[in-house]
Design a protein around this ligand. Structure first.
Ligand SMILES: Cc1ncc(COP(=O)(O)O)c(C=O)c1O
Length: 419
């Protein structure tokens, strides 16, 4: 089980030192129920480094103003900071141009945007939308709504028992009726890294565009939308050490140009009369209303933070942690790991014989260990794997082997309680 390790794009500075990194995250330095906090719920949301917190506070303390319309100094500063963050996001995903980066509330909004604009225009009665069995509800429901509206059919690439996509089936399910493929880069419930490059190739060979849901990939893997050649890529700031309520939709320019706006309002227009509205150029056509300016600035700071770390060292650290956790937790009595894909990253899902995952989560909480228990917004996946729920420990770059030891000790306590 390994983390796929594409070469990092940027030359990097200091070696990766997790002890020093932890000092950047003030929230980690606290006790819960008298025990040092061990935060292992990073797939739900990650913690924020001081640099991100400071960027947001700094914006509100010094530059707060609305953007793109003010003629005064503060508005110019706010606009410059907002647009410079767009440039950083462009470099982070290696898009060709800033206008291919649309700020949205997060992955959920990005997928809904594509389903309701591109999807409405291109998917009709009898057409098919292809997703996979391991998608988050955010990458199921928007397509289901679209298919319901249009009389189209949602088709699903199956997974095997380890949590790997069955690629032969993918080939079979790409039919002349398929209008779009939408697939997670990394599964939030299992950690599976999907072979998105291959999926894009297979779809493009048939002229079908691909959306990649990168919510769980962005904090762990280098992202290169031009290398993937995907048509759309989505991510959420809060999962990659940035603020909540902000994320991006990357779209190839020709797709975005051809799509109608998602919402109408201020800033997305070039001119308005009661008879007719001319829409603004990209990306503003898709950014109606006052955006989450502080969130964008915080997300820009998160990208700077991530890009400033040694990518190779960071990924090696995360790979080591996952292997260590897999051995430690997988070796406990009555524990069964759920999701053992060949390529996976940073997620350890498991069930324990005779103990409901919610009870595991509650007992661990008392030990200061925060994990998630439930269906992880992936109910169809749980059904496929024959479980109602799992306990999920999900890792971030600031976790340590000691965190995993605390998790394992907490699980031994669970075993005692439910003897
Ligand atoms: C794979 C995946 N896709 C989409 C989402 C939705 O992200 P958000 O709630 O930030 O819109 C999540 C969140 O858990 C996720 O893990």
């Amino acid at each position: 089980m390994t983390v796929a390790r594409p070469a990092a794009r940027t030359a990097k500075t200091a070696p990766f030192e997790v002890r020093r990194i932890r000092e950047d995250f003030p929230i980690l330095n606290q006790k819960v129920f008298g025990k040092p906090l061990v935060y292992l719920d990073n797939a739900a949301t990650s913690q924020k480094p001081r640099a991100v917190i400071d960027a947001i506070v700094g914006f509100y303390e010094h530059d707060n103003a609305n953007i793109h319309r003010g003629l005064h100094a503060l508005s110019e500063r706010a606009t410059a900071a907002y647009e410079s963050a767009r440039g950083r996001l462009r470099r982070f995903v290696n898009a060709a141009q800033d206008r291919e980066i649309v700020f949205v509330r997060g992955t959920t909004e990005a997928i809904n945007l594509v389903a309701q604009t591109y999807g409405r225009a291109h998917v009709g009665a009898g057409d098919e939308v292809l997703i996979t069995a391991l998608e988050h509800h955010s990458n199921i429901v928007p397509w289901q709504i679209l298919c319901g509206e249009k009389g189209a059919r949602l088709r699903v690439v199956p997974i095997d028992d380890r949590g790997d996509l069955v690629l032969d089936e993918l080939e079979r399910l790409l039919t002349p009726k398929t209008r779009i493929v939408s697939v997670a880069h990394v599964s939030n419930a299992l950690g599976t890294i999907n072979p998105v490059r291959r999926i894009v190739e297979a779809a493009h060979a048939r002229g079908i565009p691909v959306l990649v849901d990168g919510a769980q990939a962005a904090p762990h893997l280098p992202i290169d939308v031009r290398d993937l050649d995907c048509d759309f890529y989505t991510l959420s700031g809060h999962k990659m050490f940035g603020p909540t309520g902000i994320g991006i939709l990357y779209g190839k320019e020709h797709h975005l140009e051809g799509m109608p706006p998602y919402q109408g309002g201020g800033d997305m227009i070039a001119s308005v009369t009661f008879e007719k509205t001319e829409y603004n150029r990209l990306p503003y056509k898709f950014e109606a209303g006052t955006p989450h300016i502080a969130g964008v600035i915080g997300l820009g700071a998160a990208v700077d933070y991530l890009s400033g770390l040694d990518a190779g060292g960071r990924m090696a650290h995360e790979e080591d942690l996952l292997a260590y956790a897999t051995d430690k937790v997988g070796g406990l009595p009555r524990v069964r790991l759920v999701g053992t894909a060949r390529e996976k990253t940073s997620v350890l899902s498991f069930v324990m014989d005779g103990v409901h995952p919610h009870d595991i989560g509650t007992i661990l909480d008392r030990e200061g260990v925060a994990i998630r228990a439930g269906h992880h917004c992936a109910q169809p996946l749980m059904e496929r794997l024959g479980v109602d729920a799992t306990a999920r420990a999900s890792l971030a770059l600031y976790n340590t082997r000691e965190d995993i030891d605390a998790l394992a000790a907490g699980l031994r306590r669970v075993l005692e309680v439910f003897r």
